[in-house]
Write a protein that binds this ligand. Sequence first.
Ligand code: RTP
Ligand code: MG
Length: 143
Amino acid sequence: MALERTLSIIKPDAVGKNVIGAIYNRFETAGFRIVAAKMMHLSTEQAEGFYAEHKERPFFRALVDFMTSGPIMVQVLEGEDAVKRHRDIMGATNPADALAGTLRADYAVSIDENAVHGSDALESAAREIGYFFTEEELCARTR
Ligand code: RTP
Ligand code: MG
């Protein structure tokens, strides 16, 4: 296994529920280090660019509307096998299919408003981290 970095987003529904701290606690309990974080309210252009791979999908407009409906928390998580382990903690895209104890089982209400995002591969993690953070904003832990 290798030390990896992955992009996490706490989506507007979960920020609205005031569970940023609860979700950060899950990340830290799972052994991830948060090496960058910022709260943002995405513009339509920013959300469209982030989800460009889904541009032709029927849910694209709704996804962009949702992701711009309120502030989000964006963070970079670092840890062993981070991309896959973070996806495991998140649970399935549709909360109805998410395993008990996952973030989406606990905090998501529907496939459209599903609380969290996580990169799905190392390549997308690198692209998504670069979409929101400069290299200088990624803080290596010194202690
Ligand atoms: P995410 O990118 O947000 O981490 O979610 P994911 O990988 O589990 O799912 P993905 O296929 O990348 O879809 C991105 C987001 O689009 C919404 N979606 N809606 N109505 C639908 O059939 C549908 N499918 C996807 C979800 O909010 C999903 O998180
Ligand atoms: Mg995805």
